[in-house]
Design a protein around this ligand. Structure first.
Ligand SMILES: Cc1ncc(COP(=O)(O)O)c(C=O)c1O
Length: 379
């Protein structure tokens, strides 16, 4: 077997006959957008999470942007978020014209450190975008306490924590809107898509309108009562989502199973630390253990690639992205904890149908690469 034929991808969606059947039914119905499949997808999410409203949209990014817009965030405002996230967490803030302020993260959970968030508050701060990175829930109660004391809006970027909970209480039920993302590598995919969960009926009406070009709240034909966006999720995408929801428990269990195989094996490999297992339950999105300081991650990735194992530096911090450096003058050193984590975490192949043999293949390759590099470094 060559490295190519047996190559393990980083992510792989589970798509089967049910997804095709429901997509086909939408195509046959002729109602490709704003139809019953969209309503069915939204209802199924609201029921699953136990919230009054689920508003589907074209992406997680679109959901975050709409929530910030609906909270009245705009030019002159500051919004605090994590730089150890996908770029969309901060970009959504910039879309509103507001400024992003990055707070340091906790070295274990990789989520925003509440003390750092509080320290970052200024008279211009209007909101916090909580991020649950790598599917591990942020310290929601502590962050909500800060937001309440300072009168700040809260939006949760739960795009990596599909179906997550903090202290057993589902994300989306904490009183602020939470956004899930359904890109193809996520725990549940609609190819592209997202959903906002909220118990607030007025906010839900506003979000529904914003996603549909500011359509009037009574849905009147081509009456636009506010400036909105086209952030609709089509019924074709929603059909994939309905089928995926039917198998979500199985897919989550598959990820959790693969994660456990990884955790057990990685724990015994010198030079790499398994992922953090704290009090909260992680919604397994990626498997991204942390290499010891001083190990050349790019070299590890290159060697793994030769052995047929895909791996990526994950996650680059937002403030050091070229656009953020050029636009805002960021340079290495401003967020040392975030930067150290970002320089050492490595995403390995991870998907629901992964077998124990495949996990073994990855960890055996990783162990041999790290051992060889350690011998070379000592030589
Ligand atoms: C933390 C985080 N926020 C936001 C997003 C944006 O979601 P989307 O790609 O659906 O716009 C993602 C997607 O990868 C993400 O991981």
């Amino acid at each position: 077997m060559t490295a190519e034929s047996g190559r393990l991808p980083l992510a792989k969606p589970v798509i089967g006959a049910r997804e095709r059947e429901l997509v086909d039914s939408v195509l046959a119905s002729g109602q490709l957008s704003l139809g019953p499949m969209l309503a069915r997808f939204e209802r199924a999410w609201a029921e699953r999470i136990g919230v009054r409203n689920a508003i589907a949209c074209s992406s997680g990014t679109a959901g975050l942007h709409m929530c910030l817009h609906a909270a009245g965030i705009g030019p002159g405002d500051e919004v605090i978020t994590s730089s150890f996230s996908f770029v969309a967490s901060a970009n959504a803030v910039l879309f509103t014209g507001a400024d992003v302020v990055f707070a340091e993260v906790d070295p274990l959970t990789f989520n925003m450190d509440p003390a750092a968030v509080e320290a970052a508050i200024t008279p211009r701060t209007k909101a916090i975008v909580i991020v649950d990175i790598f599917g591990y829930p942020a310290n929601i109660p502590a962050l909500l306490d800060i937001a309440n004391r300072h009168g700040l809006a809260v939006i949760e970027d739960a795009c990596q924590t599909i179906d997550g909970a903090y202290d057993g209480k589902k994300l989306g039920t904490w009183g602020h809107p939470a956004v899930y993302g359904f890109y193809a590598n996520k725990q549940l995919t609609t190819a592209e898509g997202g959903i906002i969960l909220t118990d607030d009926d007025d906010l839900a009406l506003l979000l529904k309108s914003l996603a549909n070009q500011g359509r009037s709240d009574d849905g009147a034909w081509l009456v636009h009562s506010r400036l909105g966006f086209n952030y609709r999720l089509s019924d074709v995408h929603a059909a994939i989502g309905v089928a995926q929801l039917e198998r979500l428990d199985d897919m989550l269990a598959g990820r959790a199973r693969a994660a456990q195989w990884y955790q057990d094996r990685v724990a015994s490999i010198p030079g790499v630390a398994p992922m953090y297992e704290g009090d909260q339950e992680r919604s397994w999105f990626v498997y991204a253990p942390r290499l010891d300081e001083g190990i050349d991650r790019d070299a590890v990735i290159g060697h793994l690639d030769h052995l047929g194992v895909s791996a990526k530096p994950y996650l680059p911090c937002i403030h050091l992205q070229p656009f953020y450096r050029e636009e805002f003058g960021y340079a290495p050193g401003v967020l040392p904890v975030t930067e150290a984590i970002s320089a050492s975490t490595i995403a390995l192949p991870f998907f629901p149908e992964m077998t124990e043999a495949q996990v073994e293949q990855v960890t055996t390759a990783l162990a041999s690469v790290l051992a060889d590099m350690s011998v070379a470094a000592g030589a």
